[in-house]
Ligand binder design. Structure first.
Ligand SMILES: Nc1nc2c(c(=O)[nH]1)N[C@H]1C(S)=C(S)[C@@H](COP(=O)(O)OP(=O)(O)OC[C@H]3O[C@@H](n4cnc5c(=O)[nH]c(N)nc54)[C@H](O)[C@@H]3O)O[C@H]1N2
Ligand SMILES: Nc1nc2c(c(=O)[nH]1)N[C@H]1C(S)=C(S)[C@@H](COP(=O)(O)OP(=O)(O)OC[C@H]3O[C@@H](n4cnc5c(=O)[nH]c(N)nc54)[C@H](O)[C@@H]3O)O[C@H]1N2
Ligand code: SF4
Ligand SMILES: [Mo]
Length: 747
């Protein structure tokens, strides 16, 4: 290695897998990126996106200066001018229309970003608007809601103990492409291979024979949107065949008889007819889960973003509990993260965070402090008291990611003021009045606060920034604190960042010192503050969270405890804190201190399954698919990832293609209640008959965006077809799977 070359070890922040990277740099150039073989979790594994992380850093289209839009012209401005404009824009609306008139939309990369995780909550709290929207209500909110109801905290999500299970039932997830979700587990291919080598079995339920399905022992094609029928069938079989055995968790569970009663009224034949999976298969799956020594049932996007999203998320955990697999090695377990453990439990909650207020236009219940993104456009468009007039977006692209993209896009055009924090001028941020640049991943430090809460092993890995910020660039946490100051109507000239940062950390310290059972209970907050003073920003907060976490040193109170320095100095490749450990009952924070197996609203929701609805569609059912070289909407500007065959295609079964006179590589017209698109066709028998698939995040053809490669491979926005008016009524989650469409020859 050349003496001017430096080596950096860090985790990839792009998806939930948290792979370790070994990055070589010379000056401000990356000379190579490979998987870090010494990373105890990913052991050298990387997907194609990780290899191209440097391209995001070097992308000439990336926004590096704050910009103000005048008409359709953008002007680069100083930070001072940008924040002054933001303050003016937000204050005039807050004064005239109140705080709820300013909405926020938080996109997915926030949870992959230390600044987003630590500083966005400060912004939201200071703003105090009820109009909070995020990618969560188009993703995992059903699972968070069932965790809140059943276990007392939305982050107490049971994670498949994939490395120790011997039966893995995967429903509506494609971890070999997505690299796992609500299951942080780098190199899923190896983990699945190992599972089978141990003599274990993998079964996949998916309308599509995905790469995950192909790598499994069995695959069953299910009619989109009907998983709840299958899951009720499994539960009924467990009761009927006396296979229910809660094991060690039993004494901590309330509501067993209610569940038994609730599933009694269904006929197994009717359930089977609805989901298209034979009765004997349903019965066999139930027996296999119950009789395997260690089994884990796992569901993801296919189960969440459909009409029965919350019900599916609940029933999956019910099966894990009824078969004694909750909190058991090789079953589904709770993590013990090193920092910021939202699943810490202990304190019992009086009530779940649900339905404390409702959306103005459609009267949708609040879920965990937010409202469904499917409601955002109508809240902007509909006049009257409480109308949204301004929007703050941080790391989000709802024009491409939210249902009915066309309506979403039009609504953004109606706002009085919009400010976006983002790396690109894209389909959403082109509507902003002020665009505030966020640095690229390599210019910031990293620690996966969210995903170590959802990880199949307990891991702590801190990554230093690879490159310093460019001259004049602000770090994202500073941008977020400046935005907070604008909301507070503070003068930019007063440099509010340090004061707000000090205030924020002090609040955390005081809270911890105020907990009677904390090792810090008798300590003076000012003394703790002084201990932390070598750092500021996210590092200081992270240090505090690590030191007061499960393995922390509590500032000298615990001899072998860890701190940020421990990770930085002794564990550059990451610290493996071991496999998941049993956590019942300590993890529970429900009012009763028990697992609530039968949340009343979900038991009631089972009625919806009995509704006599004609599910036989005239047309086809559209489902979403992910692609290894994409990451939602925002990595299509990287040529290395878009090259090769067109990726934005409608996949259709040969029989359906013939029936609709559609040919491979031809163009299909696809219509739904919400909209219409023309798209290239890919005929494949991997999708079941009656189903078509489209990837999301494409459609980079709108005027005024700055994504030169993306525009070349524009594709079409599949969310022109998803209907914002159809949601999972319990959680308000968007529906991206099982959308009725009509397909014909396109042009
Ligand atoms: N049809 C359909 N639609 C879907 C889905 C589907 O399966 N099918 N999936 C849904 C899911 S699961 C999700 S999570 C959502 C995603 O929805 P969004 O989060 O709204 O969309 P993304 O494409 O992730 O957009 C991320 C934005 O963040 C910016 N960005 C990237 N890194 C950073 C950073 O470090 N800081 C800042 N400030 N900005 C950054 C990017 O430029 C981009 O504008 O889409 C949902 N939409
Ligand atoms: N490469 C890549 N990786 C990603 C992302 C990406 O865009 N690209 N996005 C990231 C994000 S934000 C997320 S949330 C995760 C998502 O991670 P996953 O949920 O694992 O990914 P999906 O590909 O959405 O998998 C959903 C599966 O459900 C199936 N499905 C659709 N409808 C139904 C149904 O009604 N029932 C059943 N049983 N199955 C159904 C689909 O065919 C698909 O195979 O991936 C993350 N990782
Ligand atoms: S799997 Fe995810 S974390 Fe790993 S390299 Fe790919 S994008 Fe990065
Ligand atoms: Mo997501």
């Amino acid at each position: 290695m050349d003496a001017t070359e430096k080596v950096h070890y860090r985790t990839c922040p792009l998806c939930e897998a948290t792979c370790g990277l070994e990055i070589h740099t010379k000056g401000n150039e990356v000379t190579s990126i490979k998987g870090d073989k010494l990373d105890p979790f990913s052991e050298g594994y990387l997907c194609p996106k990780g290899y191209h992380l440097d391209k995001l850093y070097a992308d000439p289209d990336r926004i590096k200066k704050p910009m103000i839009r005048e008409g359709d012209q953008w002007r680069e401005v100083s930070w001072q001018e940008a924040f002054t404009e933001v303050r003016k824009g937000l204050q005039s609306i807050i004064k005239q229309n109140g705080r709820d008139a300013v909405a926020t939309y938080l996109g997915n990369p926030n949870v992959h970003n230390l600044a987003g995780m630590l500083y966005v909550p400060i912004l939201l709290k200071t703003l105090g608007s009820k109009n909070r929207y995020s990618a969560s209500t188009m993703d995992q909110i059903p699972k968070q809601l069932t965790a809140e109801w059943m276990f007392g905290s939305d982050f107490s999500i049971p994670i498949p103990d994939i490395d120790r299970t011997d039966y893995f039932l995967v429903i509506g997830a494609n971890p070999l492409v997505s690299n796992g979700s609500l299951m942080t587990a780098p190199n899923m291919r190896k983990r699945m291979r190992d599972l089978r080598k141990r003599g274990g079995k993998i079964v996949v339920i998916d309308p599509v024979r995905t790469v995950t399905a192909k790598a499994a022992d069995e695959h069953y094609a299910i009619t989109p949107g009907t998983d709840a029928y299958l899951l009720v069938g499994i539960i009924q079989t467990l009761f009927e065949e006396e296979l229910v055995d809660l094991g060690r968790a039993g004494k901590h569970v309330n509501g067993l008889s209610e569940v038994k009663e609730a599933v009694r009224g269904f006929s197994i034949e009717a359930l089977s007819a609805k989901c298209g999976i034979e009765v004997k298969v349903i019965r066999r799956l139930a027996r296999e889960i119950a009789t395997s020594e260690h089994a884990a049932v796992y569901g993801r996007m296919g189960t969440c973003t459909q009409a029965f999203g919350t019900m599916n998320s609940w029933l999956i955990d019910v099966i894990n509990i009824l078969t004694g697999n909750l909190d058991q090695e090789g079953g589904v377990m709770f993590t013990s993260p090193a920092a910021g453990s939202k699943n810490a439990g202990g304190k019992r909650k009086k009530s779940a965070r649900y339905g404390r207020f409702h959306s103005r236009v459609r009267n949708c219940p609040e879920v965990l402090g937010e409202l469904p993104t499917s409601c955002l456009a109508e809240e902007i468009e509909t006049g009257g008291e409480g109308q949204i007039k301004a929007l703050v977006t941080v790391a989000g692209n709802p024009v491409l990611s939210a249902p009915n993209g066309e309506r979403m896009e039009k609504s953004l055009g109606q706002l009085d003021f919009m400010v976006s924090v983002d790396c690109y001028l894209n389909e959403t941020t082109r509507h902003a009045n002020v665009l505030l640049p966020a640095p690229s991943a390599l210019e910031r430090s990293h620690y996966d606060l969210s995903f170590y809460q959802l990880s199949v092993r307990n891991i702590a890995h801190y990554s230093k920034q690879v490159f310093p910020l460019e001259e004049g660039q602000l770090d994202e946490w500073e941008v977020l604190l400046q935005l907070t100051a604008a909301v507070m109507n503070q003068d930019v000239g007063a440099d509010p960042v340090s004061a707000l940062d000090d205030y924020a950390i002090m609040q955390l310290i005081k809270k911890e010192c105020g907990i009677e059972s904390s090792p810090l209970a008798d300590r003076d907050p000012n003394e703790i503050f002084a201990h932390l003073s070598v750092r500021k920003g996210p590092e200081r907060m992270l240090d505090f969270l690590l030191r007061t976490g499960e393995y922390g040193d509590f500032f000298g109170e615990k001899a072998d405890g860890i701190s940020l320095s421990t990770l930085m100095e002794n564990h550059p490749h990451g610290l493996d804190l071991g496999p998941l450990k049993p956590r019942l009952p300590q993890v529970l924070s429900t009012g009763s201190g028990k697992v609530e197996l039968a949340p009343p609203l979900l038991v009631k929701d089972l009625e919806r399954l009995k509704e006599k609805r004609d599910r036989v569609q005239k047309g086809l059912l559209l489902v979403s698919r992910r692609q290894l070289q994409s990451n939602n909407s925002w990595m299509h500007n990287i040529g290395e990832l878009t090259k090769g065959a067109n990726k934005c295609t409608l996949q259709i079964h040969p029989t359906d293609a013939a029936r609709h006179q559609i040919v491979d590589k031809g163009i299909a017209s696809v219509k739904s209640v919400a909209g219409h698109i023309n798209v290239s066709v890919e005929v494949t028998s991997d999708v079941m008959e009656g189903v078509v698939t489209l990837p999301h995040g494409w459609g980079h053809h709108l005027e005024g965006i700055q994504l030169r490669n993306g525009e070349r491979y524009a594709g079409v926005n599949s969310n022109r077809l998803s209907d914002e008016n159809e949601i999972d009524p319990v959680s308000g989650n968007a529906i991206f799977n099982g959308i009725p469409v009509e397909v014909s020859i396109g042009s």
